[in-house]
Design a binder for this molecule. Sequence first.
Ligand SMILES: Nc1ncnc2c1ncn2[C@@H]1O[C@H](COP(=O)(O)OP(=O)(O)OP(=O)(O)O)[C@@H](O)[C@H]1O
Ligand SMILES: [Mg+2]
Length: 226
Amino acid sequence: MKAIELVPGRNGPTVKALGVAPTPEGAMENSIIVDPKLLGEAVKKMLKEAGISCRRSVSSVSGQGALVVRVIEVPRMSDSELAETMKWEVERHVPFAADEVIMDFQPIHRPDEDPESQNMEVLLAVAQQEMIDRHVAMLFAAGLSPVAIDVEPLAAARALIELGPDPGGKKTTAIINIGAGTTDIGIYRDGILAFPRTLPLAGDAMTAAIAQQMGLDEEQAEETKR
Ligand SMILES: Nc1ncnc2c1ncn2[C@@H]1O[C@H](COP(=O)(O)OP(=O)(O)OP(=O)(O)O)[C@@H](O)[C@H]1O
Ligand SMILES: [Mg+2]
């Protein structure tokens, strides 16, 4: 788990405090919270130890089990037509039941876009309601009041591109976030998400492969990897 406290500064936000702590055993499974209270208590402790006093929070959700973020192409249409079309697009793009989901979408306008082109790009984000409910319950258990819940590929771009040396993102950028269970890949064109994907292969799988090939236990393999 990671938390950061930012304060507005003259040259953009500055880091006031930073907290890192291991996710408690049994609190999460496949990037989904299974025990909001246990995780919330651990987050609360991490914030206290890091000296983070602000209670307003922005957090992000990730993983591929209960969240889908896609950039899709649809025929150019009006806002009301798009709202109707996106209901069907959800069914096409989510691998989980589409009845209890929270979804949002946003047409993407690139600087070089041709307004007469036949198709338009749309950013679509769909999350399982249950996953979000548990995330919110976890935040409340941690004593936080959520301002926003972001999705990994957009949160990564906000932190690394918008606040980076090339905020307009004139270059095409890839952000690869290798976690423990999942690797998130995001490709950003003009600073705008063009291709997000989450792969279920990351640090833990590397440790397991090292352990198996070299006949080491998990702890030794982790050490060897580092
Ligand atoms: N110095 C290092 N060298 C190589 N791997 C490392 C190093 N430090 C940490 N790791 C690995 O990084 C992984 C943890 O990364 P991170 O903290 O980003 O994961 P996470 O965000 O909790 O996981 P996920 O995003 O999959 O839920 C672990 O597999 C760990 O072994
Ligand atoms: Mg991660």
